[in-house]
Ligand binder design. Structure first.
Ligand SMILES: Cc1cc2nc3c(=O)[nH]c(=O)nc-3n(C[C@H](O)[C@H](O)[C@H](O)COP(=O)(O)OP(=O)(O)OC[C@H]3O[C@@H](n4cnc5c(N)ncnc54)[C@H](O)[C@@H]3O)c2cc1C
Length: 415
């Protein structure tokens, strides 16, 4: 295919929430849309997100909601105001999927699932004339221009031309679901500024002893408080729960702190997280219990009688020398601020999402790449990150919506 494609044609590459939303906008406006994905079916990560309860968005007031995208809040402001959490609920409702606000303020489909929503969405896209091409893995462009898209397909290389292209290729977490960051070198080679992809909402490695790995991996620590000083000297503190793993620590409390922890590790080479294992008791109360006469009790028994859980005892033994473990005040201090030394984030393949991606400075206000006129980007492949809580999907849907509108405006203006 070499002739100039008609001006009403669009190619969307990536069938996750961002690409589906872009395809939806363009097809609704009458453009002829071809949607490509490297996998055998669309929306695999979207479906996975539905397994633990699909958290679509959040009901908190918009200013607070937007603050979750800091420091990229200003860059996402326009797209999220345009396709807001309320608009997302309305969109789902128009697809026949009612939503509700959970006790935490998070918004879920009424059956908590992603599959019915995805099915209804794909049905609507087909009805709007979108042609879906699975097993088409984008390899870049043929030649120096951006006219001819190259794909690998089980039956050999394929080519396609459209007047505009929207890339919605995701980040690099859970690569077996399709998004593996393979687009990074392709766009860098075309002069697009990209921040390295890094794990976000991720766990961290800790050099645990063999005993802790064998006996305590998988144990949750509930209702604890974690704090640390970030790379800018700011104290970060949060309540919640986390899980000990063979390789370190993971779970919602850790994910929520993972962005500043990752940054601290990047800048300082190390990061220590301090856990208050007994937030409901004061240091003095704990110290008083530990200072009671030990008599003939073993240290473990003495700790148990002072209300120290076995998993807490195991963590104390990781943090204290055997001499320090004999000193009630040292033990009490450690129970209120147990240091856990993080060595590195867990690999991006295990993370819930990715940080890094295409810089907003590489895009115009319509999400078109300055370096590649006619090529637009949306979703997790852009340089923003957010905690879990519906913010990730909202960011993807809103930027997909904005890129769809940006492409439509560009096609109309340029035709
Ligand atoms: C376990 C888990 C649970 C989650 N739960 C939630 C949740 O409850 N709420 C929430 O807000 N977020 C959640 N997320 C995050 C959310 O799912 C993602 O942020 C979102 O799916 C990203 O959307 P996207 O469209 O940008 O990219 P993706 O959904 O990753 O889609 C990208 C698509 O591009 C395709 N692709 C990539 N490269 C190529 C190529 N070269 N050629 C062709 N196709 C390609 C992929 O196959 C894929 O289909 C969760 C993530 C995980 C891993």
């Amino acid at each position: 295919m070499t002739s100039t494609p008609p001006r009403n044609t669009a190619a969307v590459i990536g069938g996750g929430p961002a690409g589906l939303m872009a395809a939806s906008i363009l097809s609704k406006q009458g453009f002829s849309v071809d949607l490509f994905d490297g996998m055998a079916s669309l929306g695999r990560k979207f479906l996975l997100a539905g397994i633990g309860g699909m958290n679509l968005t959040h009901s908190e007031p918009l200013p607070q909601f937007l603050s979750r995208y800091a420091p990229q809040e200003p860059q996402l402001l326009a797209s999220i105001e345009q396709f807001s959490p309320n608009a997302i609920r309305e969109w789902a409702s128009n697809l026949g999927i009612a939503t509700f606000v959970g006790t935490s303020g998070r918004v879920f489909p009424s059956d908590m699932k992603a599959a019915p929503l995805l099915r209804a969405w794909l049905r609507q896209l087909r009805e709007q004339g979108v042609r879906i091409h699975t097993r088409h893995r984008w390899l870049g462009w043929a030649g120096d221009g951006t006219d001819i898209l190259r794909f690998s397909h089980p039956e050999g290389e394929r080519y396609h031309s459209a007047a505009i292209t929207i890339l919605a290729l995701g980040g690099a977490s859970w690569p077996r679901l399709g998004a593996d960051g393979g687009w990074v070198p392709l766009l860098r080679a075309r002069g697009v500024a990209i921040q390295d992809l890094e794990p976000a909402n991720c766990g961290f490695n800790v050099d645990w002893s063999a005993t802790l790995q064998e006996k305590w991996a998988g144990t949750p620590l509930k209702s604890v408080t974690a704090h640390f000083e970030d790379a800018h000297g700011q104290r970060r503190q949060r309540k919640g729960e986390f899980v000990l793993s063979k390789t370190g620590i993971e779970g919602s409390l850790i994910y929520a702190l993972s962005a500043p922890l990752r940054e601290t590790l990047n800048l300082n080479g190390s990061a220590a997280l301090f856990i208050d294992l007994m937030p409901d008791q004061t240091l003095a109360q704990i110290a008083a219990k530990l200072a009671r006469p030990r008599n003939k009790n073993s240290l473990s028994n003495h700790w148990r009688k002072a209300g120290i859980q076995p998993v807490h005892a195991a963590l104390l033994r990781e943090a204290l020398s055997s001499e320090e473990a004999q000193q009630p005040q040292r033990v009490a201090n450690a129970l209120k601020a147990l240091p856990i030394h993080l060595t590195s984030p867990r690999p991006i393949a295990e993370a819930i999402s990715s940080a890094g991606g295409v810089e907003f400075s590489a895009l115009n206000s319509g999400y078109m790449l300055n370096a590649l006129p006619g090529v637009f980007c949306a979703g997790e492949m852009l340089h923003w990150e957010a905690p879990t809580g519906g913010y990730l999907l909202t960011g993807c849907l809103a930027t997909g919506y904005a890129a769809g509108l940006g492409a439509s405006r560009w096609l109309l203006g340029a035709s």
